[in-house]
Design a protein around this ligand. Structure first.
Ligand code: HEC
Length: 394
């Protein structure tokens, strides 16, 4: 096992040791639905103060992080400061990093790697998400703007329209063709799952008390199903869905709302006001007409973009971006993704203690909606993160 992975296993194991069950969920449907068990340890254990690193460990810690976070190695001045002040120098040094152009570049690479989009191809500018990230990081603007911004930016930082030509304002990178086209799929499932994974660190099914389910009666028959037989009876073509388990509604009752937000964006990433989300009778399952995708909802409701993101009612993708960013999961998830990215790991490999990320996020939010820089400072100066990544002996 690599050193990074060992350290991270330690990071999550600390949480497992104090693992407690989740509070009783609030079911949205009469049928009881099981949701994931979340690792959670008591809060007071976690916090910034002292990690107990030696001066050499503190130096090695930032030496390892610098190439990713600020795109260079440590300067002689930084090394000298770490050698004299030890771990107390970590927060101020990382804070100074976040003001450097290298950090804006890191933010770009972070978002490009996370979404796997960059460059340009077939007339689509896949650099818009990364450009937005770089501008936000360079200007110290709130990281929430990644999914709420009304503007996108060209490579040189000049403002330009986000190119999905949505009629509403806002939604940031969610309304770029880079996002929409690269994640186009039947029933808009990949656009929805990428959104929840990247900006809330959640997979389906997520906690009942986090995300409402759409009323069963409004959904297509197969998504109401709680068994493979019910699903097959509703639509024989749906059996492939059983690969994820037979209780379709458990996951797709939540998917229904998130995928609905994309119902008017065709597979090229353009908004089509006339799209109605109704299954193309002659087409593959999950496809509607003119390159748009079918809704989870039955005809009638299918054309309406309205949805719930968590417990917030939203009219469209722009309001969805706000609801995503308003939830505490947003900053927690940014910290978690950034940590994984900076260590060269993929999200999902390490099962972090939820309270670790929420303690980091809480500190980052103290001064209002945090910039990426603020989140990163709190992340790397967290005592538990430092100890887990840098301490030679526990
Ligand atoms: C544990 C959660 C879960 C359950 C249960 C579940 N699904 Fe899914 N389903 C998913 C996920 C996740 C995807 C992939 C989404 C993506 O593209 O990122 C998916 C994809 C699909 C797709 C699209 C497949 C494709 O090739 O594009 C269909 C159709 C589908 N599910 C139907 C069903 C049906 C019908 C059932 C019940 C028999 C079911 N699912 C049960 C989570 C689930």
């Amino acid at each position: 096992m690599s050193r990074a992975l060992c350290a991270l296993v330690a990071l999550s194991a600390l949480g497992v040791a104090g693992c407690v069950g989740q509070a009783a969920p609030v079911p949205m449907d009469l049928a009881p639905i099981e949701t994931p068990v979340v690792h959670q340890s008591p809060k007071p254990e976690l916090g910034r103060p002292i990690a107990g690193l030696t001066k050499a460990e503190a130096e090695a810690y930032l030496q390892r992080l610098a190439p990713m976070v600020v795109q260079r190695v440590l300067t002689a001045g930084e090394r000298a400061r770490l050698q004299s002040e030890g771990e107390l120098a970590v927060a101020p040094i990382v804070e100074a990093w976040t003001k450097e152009p290298g950090f804006a570049e890191a933010a770009r690479l972070f978002v490009e790697t996370t979404l796997n989009v960059s460059g340009a191809k077939d007339g689509v500018d896949y650099s818009l998400p990364g450009n937005l990230a770089a501008v936000l990081a360079a200007q110290g603007r709130p990281w929430r703007e990644l999914v709420t911004s009304e503007l996108c930016y060209a490579r040189d930082g000049s403002p330009t329209a986000c190119d999905g030509d949505a009629p509403f304002k806002g939604g940031g990178l969610l309304t770029t063709r880079a996002y929409l086209k690269s994640r186009a799929s039947r029933f808009n499932l990949t656009r929805a799952s990428t959104m929840m994974r990247t900006f809330a660190c959640r997979a389906y099914p997520m906690e009942n008390n986090l995300q409402l389910r759409a009323p069963k009666a409004e959904l297509l028959g197969m998504f109401q199903a709680q068994s493979a037989a019910e699903a097959e009876a509703a639509d024989p073509r749906s059996v492939s869905g059983a690969a994820n388990g037979a209780a379709c509604y458990t996951c797709h009752g939540q998917f229904a709302y998130h995928s609905q937000l994309f119902v008017k964006f065709d597979e090229e990433g353009h908004y089509r006001a006339s799209a109605d989300g109704v299954q193309d009778p002659a087409g593959e399952l999950g496809r509607s007409l003119n390159g748009t995708m079918a809704s989870h909802f039955a005809p009638g409701r299918a054309a309406n973009e309205e949805a719930y993101v968590f417990s917030a009612k939203v009219a469209n993708l722009a309001e969805a971006g706000k609801a995503l960013a308003d939830n505490p999961t947003y900053v927690e998830c940014a910290a978690e993704f950034f940590l994984n990215w900076s260590l060269g790991l993929q999200w999902g490999i390490v099962d972090y203690d939820r309270n670790l990320m929420s303690a980091i996020a809480e500190r980052a939010r103290k001064g209002g909606d945090p910039s990426l820089g603020r989140i990163v400072v709190e992340l790397y100066s967290d005592a538990l993160v430092m100890k887990s990544l840098a301490k030679k002996e526990p």
